[in-house]
Ligand binder design. Structure first.
Ligand code: FES
Length: 126
């Protein structure tokens, strides 16, 4: 079963969904993983408190970029309150494989950027 998830991660890394930029985004946030310098930018369009458009850009390892791609597939249609409640477990379930402590920072970078953009909360998700 792990193979399926590993393939899925590689597929998102090689063919990222929603990669690019939005015209005139309502929310735009960029941050780096201080441990390696890899980076993610997330842009959102918001209407009536709900995400109606998303794009990301970045460079980094397969886990960080795949995690960003997977998140962008999930969050369109969510409310900002729902985004604020997303946590570490949500991301690890999306990735579907056991993640060690070092790679966890990679996996959580996109969620950190997303939450910082939505909430101004700049902590690593618990
Ligand atoms: Fe930098 Fe993964 S090694 S985010």
């Amino acid at each position: 079963m792990d193979d399926f998830y590993r393939e899925n991660i590689l597929d998102h890394y090689r063919h990222p969904r929603h990669k690019g930029h939005l015209e005139d985004p309502d929310i735009h946030y960029h941050d780096v993983n201080p441990f390696c310098g890899d980076e993610i930018t997330i842009e959102l369009k918001v209407k009536d408190g709900r995400i109606v458009g998303v794009a990301f850009d970045g460079s980094g390892c397969a886990i960080s970029q795949a995690s960003a791609s997977m998140l962008t597939e999930e969050i369109v249609g969510m409310t900002l309150d729902e985004i604020r409640k997303l946590d570490k477990d949500y991301v690890t379930e999306l990735l579907g494989i056991p993640i060690g402590p070092v790679r966890l920072k990679c996996a959580l970078l996109p969620l950190k950027v997303l939450k910082a953009g939505v909430w101004g909360l700049e902590e690593w998700p618990e």
